[in-house]
Design a protein around this ligand. Sequence first.
Ligand SMILES: Nc1ncnc2c1ncn2[C@@H]1O[C@H](COP(=O)(O)OP(=O)(O)OP(=O)(O)O)[C@@H](O)[C@H]1O
Ligand SMILES: [Mg+2]
Length: 236
Amino acid sequence: MTVAVLVEGLTVEFGRFRALNDLSLAIDYGEVRGVVGPNGAGKTTLLDVISGVSRAKAGRVLFDETMELTRASEAEIARSGVRRKFQKPSVFEALTVRDNVAIGLGAKPGADGPEKVARMLETVGLTSEADRLAGELAHGQKQWLEIAMVVVAEPKVLMLDEPVAGLTDEETERTAALVKALRSPGRAIIVVEHDMDFVERISDRVTVLHEGRTLFEGSMARARADAAVVDVYLGR
Ligand SMILES: Nc1ncnc2c1ncn2[C@@H]1O[C@H](COP(=O)(O)OP(=O)(O)OP(=O)(O)O)[C@@H](O)[C@H]1O
Ligand SMILES: [Mg+2]
C-alpha cells in the first residue's frame, strides 16, 4: 500500500530553537491520524513543513512516495492535492458562503464547478446559508466553511489544525461526523487537536508529539494508558 505522507528525519529550527527534532512518521491513505501534544510541541510546525510554509533544516517529507514536499513550493504542494485548514479561521467575510467554497476550486473551476460547490455545501451542512455573507456566520459555521473550501478541491491529503477549538459540544459532535464522512481510501486526513475525546472519536491512530519528537504512536486508548503521555500531556 502506498504511504500518503512519509516524514523522514525532519528537523526544523527557528534560530537556535528546534521545533522539530529528527521526526519520522508515516501516514497511510484511508487513515485519519490525530496529532496531539502540549503547546509548542511542534504540531503546527509539522503541518507548516508538509504544506511548504516552513522549510526543513534536515530530513524530508515525501507525498505519495514520489513527490518531495520539502523541495516544492506552497503553490505546487496545494496543486498536487495536499491541502490544509489553518489554525485561525480565514474565510472571505465579504463574500457569500457559496463564493467562498468556489474559491477553493481555484482559477479553473470547470463546468461542474457549481455542482461540486453545491454538493460540498450539503456535506458540511451549509446549504441553507449559501447566499449569506461569510462574515455573518457563527464561529462553528466558519470552521465548516473553511473545511469546505479545502475539501471541494478533493485533496489526497487533508490537514486540519484545531478544527473544534472554540466550538460548542454540539458543533464538535457535528464536526466529528463531518471528518468521518470525509474519510476515503484515496485520502489521508491529519487532524491536530487538543480535544482528546474528539481525537479519539475520529482517529485510527494518534501521534503524540513532545519537544519536536514522537513520544507515542498508536491508538488513543493506548495513549491514555501510556505513563509518559500522561506525564507530559494528558495528566496536566
Ligand atoms: N515562525 C516561527 N518563528 C519562531 N518560532 C516559531 C515559529 N513557528 C513556531 N515557532 C516555535 O516553535 C515551537 C512549536 O510551535 P508550534 O506552533 O508547532 O506548536 P504547536 O504544537 O502547534 O502548539 P499549539 O498547541 O500551541 O498550537 C513553539 O515554541 C513556537 O514558539
Ligand atoms: Mg498549533
